[in-house]
Design a protein around this ligand. Structure first.
Ligand SMILES: O=C(O)CCC(=O)C(=O)O
Length: 229
């Protein structure tokens, strides 16, 4: 809980300890990366982005709406391409990627152990911000509409989910099921950059008080598109 004066309220449960886990080469999970106040602040920004000029929407894959709703910054993503204007929504240009988010991406790489020379070069130019209600899922897919092999930085806020991280060959085994909680940071790059992954379940009632979301889950991924202009 955040008190009226903006300070964390007394008797809050302690923040979960940070733990850095190397899931497999190229995939690192840093739990408890964002504190509650950072999560709530980011949730407020998400609500602003979702209002437009290109409002949050469910992208259509082969004519079927995804259960996840997405709003994009920097570049607009629609299956299977990026554009500046949201031609599948209202034709408006998406909001610019804020500099604080690019800086956050560089900090994320440093904090999971990428060398400073790599982290400094990281210049994400798009963010896909997803909202999951309790019924939403994301099928196994590769993030491969980007031309850059730079890592994907992924932030979770709200309800816990089961996130499946697979292999680069197909949607099936081998894969690892990870639990992503509010505040967790996941980075995947290197040999795992183009691995299949998805969200198999969102667990209702697991969002911590004070994260800014009472129900559902926000996920923000930062990426370098490698596109010009
Ligand atoms: O929600 C997540 O954790 C994953 C999102 C994802 O895979 C994507 O946006 O491509």
């Amino acid at each position: 809980m955040i008190g009226d004066d903006g300070e964390p309220a007394l008797f809050d449960p302690p923040a979960p300890p940070r733990e850095l886990v190397e899931v497999e080469p190229g995939v690192r999970l840093l739990t408890g990366w964002m504190d509650l106040r950072q999560q709530a602040w980011t949730t407020d920004r998400f609500r602003e982005w979702a209002a437009g000029p290109v409002p949050i929407r469910a992208a259509k894959v082969r004519g079927h709406e995804m259960s996840v709703r997405t709003v994009c910054l920097g570049w607009h993503w629609q299956p299977y391409r990026y554009s500046r204007e949201a031609t599948d929504v209202n034709g408006r240009r998406v909001l610019a990627l804020p500099e604080w988010l690019a800086r956050l991406g560089r900090r994320a790489l440093l904090d999971v152990g990428h060398p400073p020379s790599e982290a400094d070069r990281y210049t994400p130019d798009t963010a896909l911000a997803n909202f999951y209600d309790h019924a939403a899922r994301m099928g196994m897919h590769q993030d491969k509409d980007e031309r850059s092999p730079a890592p994907v930085v992924s932030l979770s806020i709200g309800d816990t989910c089961t996130f499946r991280f697979g292999n680069t060959e197909n949607r099936g085994r081998p894969y690892t099921d990870l639990t992503l909680r509010s505040g967790d940071l996941l980075v995947f790059g290197g040999p795992a950059r183009f691995a299949f992954h998805g969200v198999t379940k969102v667990h209702p009632g697991t969002a911590p008080a004070g994260c800014g979301l009472e129900r559902g889950r926000i996920n923000i991924t930062l990426r370098e598109t490698g596109l010009d202009g």
